[in-house]
Design a protein around this ligand. Structure first.
Ligand code: HEC
Ligand code: HEC
Length: 289
């Protein structure tokens, strides 16, 4: 009897780890937290931005360099609130403005998976940032202006498939981080959601009907599985990796739900078509910031 209870618990735990692994793949945790040729999740991948170079940290179970001594609460605070166990703010190059939308259940599965990673004693590399953008203290103000913390809530006006897709796109898969234009301080412009990324290096194209002309929902879903677009070309740059390591690993239902959500986006103009401010209108409005 006791054994039966225990093995039931083991099965459930194994399932959580498995789901956490798939979620980590969709979220690209391994991409940003693994150096080229490095040990998985031991940190060191360079993320080049217009603010400088960030290095993904060691997420392995090393107590000295990784998250080996973290509690689940520490992990939740990092993902949901963008705050370190010491209370300091993280730079949004760590896409917690998207990850904050993860559900509690998904955060727990992710944590269960991370705890199975072997400890790798690889020290973290300091970020190389230009001028003031390297000032972690100022990130507090950035967060006050642009960061909204909270798990995804279903839109009651939409059906289950749409919500399933919206959650995955905006939360774990953080598609908007590469496909939405940003303001001068690197915050995504919510009014131009998915209208095309404009900051190097990952300028994801416009995914609204303005950009994705003539793609059917099933063509979208199959692109997310094998990387081939309706013209027969294969996804390049960052997107190839997103598909290979992420969207090809999830269920067909999840891919279809993502396609449903993307196909339903309202048309928004391409970022490159934005007009520069008229002469005399030099001051940026609050919204542009
Ligand atoms: C686009 C790149 C990117 C992706 C994707 C990414 N991270 Fe990170 N992550 C970073 C960077 C950069 C930092 C360092 C932030 C800082 O120094 O303020 C970081 C920091 C962290 C930290 C804090 C570590 C510490 O030692 O304080 C945790 C925890 C974390 N990431 C977890 C994750 C998880 C879990 C995922 C997948 C769900 C993930 N990250 C995906 C770039 C990324
Ligand atoms: C790391 C940045 C990044 C992330 C995250 C990302 N994309 Fe992309 N995406 C790109 C880039 C760059 C391209 C252009 C690829 C190319 O040139 O072949 C692209 C291309 C695409 C295309 C083809 C568009 C066209 O007009 O050819 C689709 C569709 C797409 N992405 C959907 C998604 C979805 C859905 C997600 C989330 C699951 C996502 N992307 C996440 C960077 C990203």
């Amino acid at each position: 009897m006791l054994w039966w209870l225990f093995s039931g618990w083991l099965c459930a735990a194994a399932q959580d780890v498995q789901q956490g692994e798939t979620l980590a793949a969709l979220s690209g945790c391994g991409s940003c937290h693994t150096a080229p040729e490095g040990e998985p999740f031991a940190g060191g991948h360079a993320i080049q931005t217009s603010f400088g170079t960030f290095y993904g940290t060691n997420l392995s179970q090393s107590v000295t360099h990784g998250v080996g001594d973290w509690t689940y609460k520490d992990f939740e605070r990092a993902m949901r609130r963008g705050r370190s166990p010491q209370g300091g703010p993280y730079f949004p190059a760590f896409p917690y403005p998207s990850f904050t939308q993860l559900t509690d259940a998904d955060l727990r599965d992710l944590w269960a998976y991370l705890q199975t990673l072997p400890a790798v004693e690889r020290p973290n590399q300091p970020h190389e940032l230009h001028g003031l953008t390297g000032n972690r203290f100022l990130v507090r103000f950035w967060k006050l202006m642009y960061f909204n913390s909270g798990a995804y809530r279903d839109d009651k006006h939409q059906d289950d498939a749409w919500n399933r897709g919206a959650y995955r796109v905006n939360g774990p898969a953080h598609c908007g981080e590469c496909h939405t234009p940003r303001n001068g301080l690197g915050a995504m412009k919510r009014g131009q959601w998915m209208a095309g990324g404009d900051l190097p290096p990952e300028k994801g194209p416009n995914l609204t009907p303005t950009g994705l002309v003539g793609w059917s929902e099933s063509e979208l879903a199959s692109y997310l599985e094998d990387g081939q677009d309706p013209e027969g070309d294969y996804a390049g740059s960052g997107m190839g990796r997103v598909i290979r390591e992420g969207t090809s690993q999830i269920s067909a239902e999840d891919r279809a739900a993502i396609a449903t959500y993307i196909a339903g986006l309202p048309a928004r103009g391409d970022a490159s078509e934005e007009k520069p401010p008229e002469a005399g209108e030099g001051k940026e409005s609050w919204e542009d910031w």
